[in-house]
Design a protein around this ligand. Structure first.
Ligand code: MG
Length: 367
């Protein structure tokens, strides 16, 4: 790995909460990635909703496949910019661990239920999982990850919550940036979901090619593909168009970021943290991405079929929350040991459920 001076370096890591001996065969970021892969929360991502609930079909993205796609994009960008690929991979694989079942609808419902008890936010929950909720190691709770991976996981945070988080929350209070690797994963997440949601939307029958061609970038590459290949099936046209779109966006991100690296010339991670945000899209590309976001909101996320799924999901989460708040004894005791607040234990328990386990609990408890 050819590391630039501005890249994060495991040898100079700000360390773990609990001190550990160094591994002879893996650097600290590789160890963190491996801990994440072996965690129960990571395995459960397989059965958690991205946009389409898990029981809608096997061909749609789950949180697991989304996280793998984010990791692939982030690693490719990191390699081009001589940043640390292993750190990007670890952050990408962990960034969605805290998601509830049923995607954003599930989070909104759980946040609503937790209003009187500090709320619920999936990003904070991801950190809570790796810091506390995973129970695998004899010497400590959580995964005891390095500061750099934890910093990358905490993408956003309210000032109120940041004050409670110690060193990891400081950058929000001091208005500083995280490492370049964290910045890369943040935008890789955006690139991944914006494109795979178009793909899943098409496969579900909700979006069609004529609608997709309303998007300037999609139209540009679709007509390029149509002139390069005659008589292409709709599936191949869509795949090839999305492939070219992603290629151009990743290329844009790398070139634009290179420009800012040359402008700010950070010589260390500390200087990256002091600089304005360095990893960026060009203004033109940012406008295209904004257009895709708006398009997906109007045509996909607000489609009656998705709204119906979201409504059912919210009802299930609220029913589960109310049920377990009246039956704390039915929650595995480990959850109650993590917190003084019984409602937080209920939220931790429900947030950790897969879509199908939540449905099953809802059905078997006849709630
Ligand atoms: Mg994500």
């Amino acid at each position: 790995m050819n590391l630039a001076s501005y890249a994060s370096n495991p040898v100079k890591s700000q360390g773990r909460i609990y001190k550990e001996l160094q591994s002879q065969s893996r650097n600290d970021f590789q160890r963190d990635r491996d801990r994440i892969i072996h965690s129960a929360s990571f395995r459960r991502l397989q059965y958690k909703t991205q946009v389409f609930v898990n029981h809608e079909g096997d061909m749609f993205r789950s949180r697991l496949t989304h996280s793998l796609e984010v990791s692939q994009i982030a690693r490719a960008v990191a390699r081009t910019l001589n940043c640390h690929e292993d750190l990007c991979e670890a952050v990408a694989l962990a960034h969605d661990l805290g998601h509830t079942p049923f995607g954003h609808a599930g989070q909104d419902a759980l946040n609503f239920c937790m209003q009187m008890h500090g709320g619920f936010e999936h990003n904070l929950q991801s950190l809570r999982i790796v810091d506390q909720l995973e129970k695998r190691y004899a010497s400590f709770d959580g995964l005891n990850l390095t500061f750099e991976v934890r910093e990358g996981i905490l993408k956003h945070c309210s000032l109120k919550n940041a004050k409670k988080l110690g060193d990891i929350g400081l950058r929000f209070l001091n208005k500083k940036q995280p490492s370049l690797e964290a910045q890369i994963v943040n935008l890789a997440d955006e690139i991944a979901y914006l494109h795979h949601d178009l793909d899943d939307g098409f496969r579900s029958g909700i979006l069609n090619l004529a609608e997709l061609k309303e998007l300037m970038l999609f139209e540009h590459y679709a007509s390029q593909v149509e002139s390069d290949f005659e008589e292409l099936s709709d599936d191949k046209l869509l795949n090839e168009t999305i492939r070219r779109m992603m290629h151009s966006i990743i290329d844009d991100l790398c070139k634009e970021t290179m420009m800012y690296l040359q402008e700010f010339k950070p010589k260390s991670v500390d200087e990256v943290r002091e600089s304005p945000r360095i990893v960026r899209f060009s203004e033109t590309m940012a406008k295209h991405l904004k257009e895709i976001k708006l398009f997906s909101t109007n045509h996909l996320y607000c489609h009656p079929r998705i709204i119906k799924m979201s409504f059912e999901a919210e009802e299930t989460i609220k029913r589960l929350f109310n049920f377990y708040c009246e039956h704390f004894d039915l929650i595995p005791s480990t959850f109650l040991k993590n917190t003084d607040c019984e409602e937080r234990a209920v939220a931790d328990y429900i947030a950790g459920m897969t879509d199908r386990y939540a449905r099953q609990c809802s059905a078997t408890n006849a709630i």
